[in-house]
Design a protein around this ligand. Structure first.
Ligand SMILES: Cc1cc2nc3c(=O)[nH]c(=O)nc-3n(C[C@H](O)[C@H](O)[C@H](O)COP(=O)(O)OP(=O)(O)OC[C@H]3O[C@@H](n4cnc5c(N)ncnc54)[C@H](O)[C@@H]3O)c2cc1C
Length: 458
């Protein structure tokens, strides 16, 4: 059950209604119940009010009013954060869902992206010019939270994380001041925005570097879960020195009803290897062959396709409104103990919708200087995301316990820092997930840019 929010003072509501162009939603308004919800249905919080800003000026006005009336503030980008960091009981939610414009400057290969855009908006706009930048694996994910947490995607090993492509950010600070952050302007703030998870201001605009890319050679190979150990070891060996043009992901799951998969396999435990080759297409077959010929695949569906199409293929598997509980573990290299735990888990996932993702970093991610951004995982080679999912709230507690147990089982050899984009509510505040040095530096930045603690701690 949602808790009762503290009501906004009538004068604060009046100020918002008179100064902000966007819609104001309060408890009791028709649009409020939907607007307060996140992608993860297990987040059930009730903000005191929601301001659907139309532009950066609206954000400035909303934050000035929040400062005047001492209102705690959260920021909603795409609302995908599984810990629900976009919404807090009793706070004012600055909702950027109406700020999704993307302008592509093909000559300078730069995209200007409004703070509430989704990756779908960016991918479609940049594809028109045959350009792309590193975005999320599911295109309904918000650019905002994704980028502030680092931003890992299919192109990261070639072009770097989202933060490595970020050239500048336009930010409204807690007191309503509008500033720019880049390596030349407020470099301290720019450092904090690139990996620190947010909480330093409202980013109303991101500027990303773009790269020429129309086609990828991509697809999936499906094998029975009994081959999980074989596939995990092959993936570990292959990714240890894979070319930057390659990015792969293992998914331990129950087989979805893929049209190219024999129906007898639908719903049975499988391990799916998702492959994406973004380099020279003529080299793809040879480069991917070692991973495709492992074991006895039950389906192999890999070939050339537009990058923007590949970016949308996984969207259907990640609808909003299910109950999620996630854990994340990173390693320099996947230890044998983790292979054993994952092999067992592949045959008995906690629920029929739950998945385990094994992904690799390295390439351009590892080459970017660690101290230049607040992202804390440049040295990680592999990360494992435990994606607990159910449609039934009554199944949630047992699923969470199973996921916690698996997470515990995977702890041997794991790095102590976490990838904030995949952490849940019980993993603590983001700065503390990044190691003590980064946590201290981010706290100092928060004291500097948000001295009154206006932004609810993320
Ligand atoms: C289906 C799915 C797939 C995903 N795939 C990937 C993936 O491939 N790679 C990856 O790295 N992560 C991935 N993630 C994780 C995702 O990047 C994070 O959940 C991220 O926080 C989502 O950003 P959002 O804007 O949608 O979320 P929100 O919940 O809106 O925001 C998350 C946090 O960022 C802050 N924030 C958002 N926008 C702004 C802004 N403009 N200015 C200031 N603060 C802002 C919010 O206040 C909040 O603290 C995925 C998540 C889901 C649910």
């Amino acid at each position: 059950m949602a808790r009762d929010p503290g009501p906004l003072q009538p004068r604060a509501v009046q100020a918002l209604r008179s100064h902000v162009r966007g819609q104001i939603l309060l408890p009791g308004d028709a649009g409020y119940p939907l607007a307060r919800r996140c992608w993860n249905a297990s987040i059930d919080r009730s903000p005191a009010g929601i301001v659907r800003c139309e532009d950066a000026e609206d954000v400035t006005r909303a934050l000035r009013i929040a400062a005047e009336y001492a209102l705690p503030v959260t920021v909603r980008g795409g609302g995908h954060n599984v810990a629900g960091r976009a919404v807090a009981d009793g706070a004012l939610m600055v909702d950027l869902s109406r700020m999704r414009a993307v302008s592509v400057h093909a000559d300078s290969r730069v995209a200007e992206v409004q703070g509430g855009a989704l990756w779908h908006d960016v991918d479609v706009a940049t594809a028109r010019s045959g350009l792309a930048t590193t975005g999320g694996l599911v295109s309904s994910t918000g650019v905002g939270g994704f980028t502030l947490g680092g931003g890992a995607g299919w192109l990261m090993r070639r072009f770097g994380l989202a933060i490595d492509n970020l050239r500048a950010a336009s930010v409204v600070l807690a007191d309503g001041r509008f500033v720019r952050a880049s390596t030349d302007e407020r470099p301290d703030l720019f450092w904090g925005l690139r990996g620190g998870g947010g909480g330093l201001g409202v980013v109303t605009g991101f500027e990303f570097a773009l790269h020429p890319l129309r086609q990828v050679y991509a697809g999936v190979v499906v094998r029975p879960a009994e081959e999980a150990a074989l596939v995990l070891r092959a993936f570990r060996d292959f990714t240890a020195d894979a070319p930057d043009d390659f990015c792969g992901l293992l998914v331990l799951t129950h087989a979805p009803p893929l049209p190219f998969l024999d129906a007898a396999w639908h719903g049975r435990p499988v391990v799916i290897t998702a492959l994406c080759w973004s380099g020279e297409p003529s080299q793809a077959e040879a480069a991917l062959a070692p991973l495709r010929r492992v074991g006895a695949p039950i389906a192999d569906h890999v070939g050339p396709m537009p990058y923007v199409q590949w970016q949308h293929l996984q969207d259907m598997g990640a609808p909003a409104g299910r109950y999620h509980y996630w854990k994340t573990v990173s390693y320099r290299s996947l230890p044998d103990s983790a292979v054993d735990v994952l092999t067992d888990a592949a045959r008995s996932l906690p629920t029929s919708l739950s998945e385990i993702h094994v992904q690799h970093l390295g390439g351009a991610v590892a080459r970017a200087p660690a101290e230049e951004t607040s992202f804390a995982q440049r040295d990680a080679g592999i990360f494992v995301n435990l994606i607990g999912v159910t449609q039934w709230p009554e199944e949630y507690p047992s699923m969470r316990e199973r996921m916690r147990g698996l997470n515990e089982g995977l702890s041997r050899g794991a790095l102590s820092r976490l990838l904030p984009n995949f952490t849940d509510d019980d993993d603590g505040r983001v700065p503390d997930q990044l190691g003590p040095e980064r946590a201290e530096r981010l706290q100092a930045l928060r004291r500097r840019y948000d001295p009154d603690g206006r932004f609810v701690s993320v």
